[in-house]
Write a protein that binds this ligand. Structure first.
Ligand code: CDP
Length: 250
């Protein structure tokens, strides 16, 4: 089903598609480096960075606060309907994405081990996903966006002019996530982190609605042995070859 957005009603279909072509979609499993790469590509190309995982994480923060039974579809659907999530996308001057749930900032609570554990259960809900998709299309509707997630190229923005599937080995992804958590002051075992990633990969890839997949026209990059800089170069080069303007006009 196609979704027409209220702020796009007066735009011709060709105009809509032209805007959405100026979107870079980066999908892949946790810890592949999507956030860092997406943020840097957005900075280099002067696009807006859209972190869709942050939206699922924000709703998870709320679900854990209430608390809501994460296996109850009806409860999650209700929660999604009554929770206001505001994402203030980073700009090319300040790439930090700030996230608000019902007007309260939750940016610092998004990446705790508790949220890491719970988020994929929340993201399985069809109602939650529908809700997110509508908002994400709205945010991307102006074009010149680097959107990063699991289902961007396959479901949310299939019109994107540049599609990347970024992955890395499970061991390397776990090592990076463990370093990140340690740097943030969390004491966790590397094995626990690896197990959480394995579990999330499984839930994200096997869920019924919008699972993590590589679409056939996505350019696949395995970042296991590459630096962030190398991956960023590859993505920017690929986008240019695909005809995306390197710099957002005006
Ligand atoms: O940063 P990391 O890759 O660990 O995760 P994230 O991108 O913040 O996403 C957290 C979780 O949200 C994922 O494991 C998915 O369960 C869910 N998610 C999703 O289902 N679809 C998206 N477009 C983005 C995230």
């Amino acid at each position: 089903m196609e979704i027409y957005l209220s702020n796009m009603k007066n735009m011709s279909r060709d105009n809509q598609l032209a805007k959405l072509r100026n979107v870079i979609a980066i999908d892949g499993p946790a810890g592949a480096g999507k956030s860092t790469v997406a943020r840097e590509v957005a900075h280099r190309m002067q696009y807006v960075y859209l972190d869709t995982g942050a939206m699922y994480r924000a709703l998870t923060v709320r679900a854990l606060q209430e608390p809501v039974d994460l296996t109850e579809e009806a409860a999650l659907a209700q929660l999604a309907a009554r929770t206001d999530i505001e994402l203030r996308p980073g700009t090319y001057e300040d790439s930090r994405v700030r996230v608000f749930v019902d007007q309260k900032e939750v940016t610092d609570q998004l990446r705790t081990p508790e949220v890491n554990e719970a988020v994929s259960y929340v993201a399985q809900s069809p109602a939650v996903r529908h809700h997110m998709k509508v908002q994400q299309r709205q945010l991307a509707s102006a074009g010149w966006v680097v959107a990063e997630g699991r289902d961007i190229a396959s479901h949310v923005l299939p019109e994107a002019g540049c599609k990347i599937f970024l992955t890395a080995s499970l061991e390397e992804r776990a090592r990076r996530r463990w370093e990140e958590l340690r740097a943030a002051g969390y004491q966790v075992h590397k094995e626990t982190v690896q197990e959480n990633l394995r579990q999330r990969d499984r839930i994200d890839s096997e869920r019924k609605v919008a699972p993590l997949v590589r679409v056939p026209d996505a350019y696949m990059i395995d970042s296991s042995c590459l630096t962030i800089e190398q991956v960023v170069e590859m993505v920017v080069e690929y986008c240019k070859r695909g005809g995306l303007s390197a710099i957002r006009p005006g």
